[in-house]
Each structure stands twice: as C-alpha cells, then as structure tokens.
Design a protein around this ligand. Structure first.
Ligand code: PLP
Length: 423
C-alpha cells in the first residue's frame, strides 16, 4: 500500500509566529512590561577608552550597566531591571550551557553628526528576536516591549559611553534558558538581557577576500533547519572553518549549499552580487531569497533591497543626482550558484559584490576563492571619499545608510533616542 500523503507543514516561521500569537493571547501570566523597569545605577562606573585604544579590538569591554529580565513558566515575565554590569547568576546545569538554548540580536546605537543618539530600524531586530526565541522553545518576547527596553538601556549608558559624533556602540540583546535543569526538555526558566560592547571604529576596508565553503567544512544552514533564525546554535559549528580561512589569509567564508553550490551568506552577513544577466543582458542586483529559510532575514539586507528598489531601479520612487551616472538595475531575490558567479566573471558580466550586516556594515568583496586553482577577482571600480576601494553600487548604498544612521538626513529608519544618563 502506498504511504499516506504527508500533509504539507506550515513553514517554521509561520508556526512560530502563530505559536507566539496564541501563546501571548492565551497566557494569563504577566507579560514582558517595559513600564515596570527598575533602575539601580552603578556607583563605580568605568572609564571610556579612547577610540584608538587597542582594548576595543578585544570586543569584551562593556558599559556600566546591563538590563536583565527573568521569565518562568509558572510566573511569566518579572519586572525588568537595569543594574550594574556584572556576572549572570546561573548554575552549571543551566540548559543554555548544554543545549544551545540561546537566541540573540545584534544592533548598534549611533551618535549622529547632529549630536543625537539613534537606533537603526530597531523594530525589525525586536521582531526577529521574538522569532528566534520561540524557535528554540524560549518564551515569546513582545517586540514592542523589547524595543522600549533597548531604548531605555541606550538612554542610560550611551550619554557617557558614546560621546563622539559619527561613532557607534554595539548592542547585544540575548535570551538564554537560565534555569537549572539538565533534562533535555523545553526550558521552564529564561533570562533576557541587554548589554553594550565597545568596538573599534570601522576599519577602512579594501575589499574582503572570501573562501567559498567546501563540503568538508560543513554547511552553515540547510532546508528545514534554523539558519533563518539568530540562534547561538548556528554559529559555534562554523568557527573552525572560519578560523582556517583566516589562517589562509581570507576574511570570511562564503557559505555554499548543496552539490550545486548555491550561494547563501558570507560569514554572518548577507551577500549581494551585481552582474549582467546571462540571458537578458540586464543589470541585476541579486541575493539569495528568504523563502526557503536558509538565510537570515538581515535588517541591512532588507534596507539594501528597499533602497536599491527606490533609488537604483528602472522605476525609482526617489531620483538622486549622485547616482544619475549609474546604470539602472533590477533587484532580484533568487537562488544562484558559485558557478554562475564564476561564469559571469569569465565572460566579463560580473560588476561587483558585497556583504552586508550590522557588524561589518557594507563590505565590498575583492576576491572569491572557489577552486584550488581558480579565483574570482571581483571588480572594485570606485574609490570612496574615505579612501576605500569599492564597487560603485555598494559605495552609494553605504553612503545612504550612513546618512540615515548618523542623522545627516532625517529618515523614518533612524530613530532618535532621548538621553537620560545614569541618574
Ligand atoms: C546577524 C546576521 C546577518 C546580518 O543581519 P543584520 O540584521 O543586517 O545585522 C546576516 N547573516 C547572519 C547569519 C547573521 O547572523
């Protein structure tokens, strides 16, 4: 007898979104509530290191405070606490240490040219955090309340820790299964926290060199997996390959999928190529699609797509003088392979490539190694105002994003934060 037809399951994110809505609606437990935030200020605050202090390269210096919120299955969300930065109180049996029950976000706070403090599209990070948390059986997190908590945290620590115009600080909201419970089961306790970490100023980058992944390096994400969510479990298993790539003089891995070598992401950044379409000859900005849940729905990726559609496409909704000399393009979210890029390169159709994400911003690509003897020299035909080599499209998009982040233009994506300081 033929096996019964298996019903087509809803996609993972549909399941988690609806699960979240149902959970939130039926839950009688206290919800995450930013208005209950309490403040205990640090009386022994640290010294803010200079922008060129090498300590910033360690990515381990935090600000004076952290924000924590505890959740239990029985009691729901407790009142959020802003308190001095310090250790988290968890036992060696905590689930997050053993089973990767952890999800996180990466955002930045920016100090504008006008002296104001801004976040960039924080609503998108907060929605994604909720999806990631529920993907690994941690509680639903009301995105609006989380956004309010991030804003409160930034408004306390950034007046002191982000003093210089046109600089940023990295924000890391995370949620962990913090309860002592070694059994392999759905967590009954969790801790949500927000910290801020100092980064060195953005380096002048003359193009990243990528090493295309081979099967023996593993795959970052796969159909039906969790590559689309920002959960800690996605990153640990990639670090061995990344370390080897660094030793061989590459900046990042270009993660391919399957024997056909589908291009997915570069390191923990989304990846874009500008080329002339092989059949139509039309200029395209192409990136992997979200539909198959392999790649992360990056806030920067979305912003690049939206800006390219409104300012660089054949039907622009905004006409900007500075890109009038650039050929118009089609924005395409579609699967493509490393061989497609190699072929475009060999036939002179490859225009440029770049990676993008909050951490490394928009990073032009100069080279992709995909076979032992064969590399792709990616063109970088422009020199930007700050002396970087880049493709012209990456340079334009980067400039536009910077203008929004640093308040050179007023734009709904740049959200101004009030400053209260630690008092
Ligand atoms: C965080 C991340 C990105 C970039 O996302 P942004 O929201 O733009 O910062 C891309 N890919 C992966 C795998 C990531 O973890």
């Amino acid at each position: 007898m033929a096996p019964a037809a298996v019903p087509v399951a809803a996609t993972a994110s549909e399941l988690t979104v609806s699960a979240m809505k149902a959970d939130l609606a039926k839950s009688t437990k206290p919800q995450l509530d930013a208005s209950k935030l309490t403040y205990t200020f640090n009386k022994h605050g640290g010294v803010v290191p200079a922008l060129d202090d090498p300590i910033r390269r360690e990515h381990n210096s935090s600000t004076d405070h952290m924000l924590t919120v505890k959740w239990t299955e029985k009691g729901g969300w407790e009142a959020p606490q802003l308190r001095p930065y310090g250790h988290l109180d968890i036992m060696p049996t905590a689930s997050c240490i053993h089973y990767a029950t952890q999800a996180f976000e990466g955002m930045k706070a920016y100090r504008g040219v006008d002296g104001k403090l801004r976040l960039f599209r924080p609503d998108l990070n907060c929605k994604r955090m909720n999806l990631s948390s529920t993907r690994i059986a941690l509680p639903a997190i009301d995105p609006e309340q989380l956004e309010e908590l991030v804003k409160n945290f930034v408004s306390v620590d950034c007046p002191k820790w982000l003093p210089n115009a046109e600089t940023f600080i990295y924000l890391r909201p995370a949620v962990i299964a913090s309860g002592a419970a070694l059994g392999v089961q759905k967590p009954r306790e969790a801790t949500l926290f927000i910290i801020a970490v100092l980064f060195p100023p953005m380096e002048i980058m003359n193009g990243m060199r990528l090493l295309a992944s081979k099967e023996d390096m593993g795959v970052r994400a796969w159909p039906g997996g969790h590559g689309w969510s920002k959960v800690g479990a996605n990153y640990g298993p990639t670090l061995q390959a990344q370390g080897e790539a660094r030793e061989r003089g590459f900046d990042q891995i270009l993660w391919l999928l399957g024997s056909e070598g589908r291009v997915t992401e570069a390191g923990a950044s989304n990846f874009f190529v500008v080329w002339k379409n092989k059949t139509s000859g039309r200029l395209e900005l192409i990136t992997a699609p979200l539909g198959d849940k392999i790649i992360l729905d990056g806030v920067t990726r979305r912003s690049v797509i939206e800006l390219a559609k409104s300012r660089l496409s054949h039907n622009p909704t905004e006409v900007l003088k500075e890109v009038q000399h650039l050929e118009k393009l089609d924005v395409v979210e579609q699967s493509y392979t490393i061989d497609d890029i190699a072929e475009a390169y060999e036939s002179g159709r490859l225009v440029e490539a770049f990676a993008c994400g909050t951490a490394f911003f928009v990073a032009p690509i100069s080279y992709i190694q995909h076979e032992v003897e064969k590399g792709i020299e990616v063109p970088m035909n422009t020199t930007t105002a700050d002396g970087c080599k880049s493709g012209a499209y990456a340079a334009a998009i980067k400039t536009w994003l910077k203008e929004i982040m640093y308040g050179k233009v007023s734009h709904p994506w740049g959200v101004v934060i009030n400053e209260r300081g630690a008092q």
